[in-house]
Design a protein around this ligand. Structure first.
Ligand code: CA
Length: 226
């Protein structure tokens, strides 16, 4: 299930968006000002952010700029109240992926959301080979080598590592990992994820207890750093 974070201060608008998005099958998180939005953008690891421009505490442009400055690559769709071209241009320059102008029809908004999600997922650039620390990985061949010595990884370990690598710099929750790497037909617990991460750290980290590549983001999940 895709998660959408809606950052909007008008209660009616927020409720309307939440209800319609939930009807479409999205998991919806909400925030009513820029600070809360920024905080939830990292703690809830959304697949897409719907971002109003005029917000208390921190406006939408600032939220967008700050997220991109933190290397968060989550797609952002701006909700612009004005039809001013400058708002749209500024939003896109700051790293937003698309915008809709208020008042918009819910049909139009949902179409934009679907399009942006389709563009951003699931066909990320293939990451077939990568060096992490002193290990060279070839995900296509399921091989890992340290110098000339082979390092053994199970298929699931490869899959999990690749999943994290493809989302470099992004926080992924244990639930996302469960859904995307394990799939709905299996029923491991989030504890399983932690065990797999521990095994990966034993193999790739210089100091598994002070990891440099697979970071634990307290209360959220994990983040890969190259
Ligand atoms: Ca507003």
């Amino acid at each position: 299930m895709k998660r959408i974070l809606v950052i909007e201060d008008e209660p009616q608008m927020l409720l309307g968006l939440r209800d319609n998005l939930e009807l479409e099958g999205y998991d919806v998180q909400t925030a009513a000002d820029g600070d809360e939005g920024l905080q939830k953008a990292s703690s809830t690891a959304p697949d897409l952010v719907l971002l109003d421009i005029m917000l208390p505490k921190r406006n939408g442009f600032d939220v967008c700029r700050e997220l991109r400055a933190r290397n968060v690559s989550t797609p952002i769709v701006m909700l612009t109240a004005r039809s001013a071209e400058t708002d749209k241009v500024l939003g896109l320059e700051l790293g937003a992926d698309d915008y809709v102008t208020k008042p918009f029809s819910i049909t139009e908004l949902l179409a934009r959301v679907r399009a942006v999600l389709r563009r951003s997922n699931p066909q990320r650039p293939a990451t077939d080979t990568i060096r992490i620390g002193d290990i060279d990985f070839d995900f296509r061949l399921h091989q890992a080598r340290r110098g000339s010595a082979r390092v053994e990884f199970t298929a699931r370990e490869f899959e999990l590592l690749r999943y994290l690598v493809q989302r470099v710099g992004q926080v992924v929750t244990r639930e996302q990992i469960l859904n995307d790497v394990w799939g709905y037909e299996e029923y491991p617990t989030t504890r399983t994820i932690d065990n797999f991460v521990a095994k990966l750290r034993q193999k790739i980290e210089k100091a598994p207890h002070a990891p440099e590549h697979i970071l634990t983001i307290h209360g959220s999940g994990y983040k890969f750093v190259g």
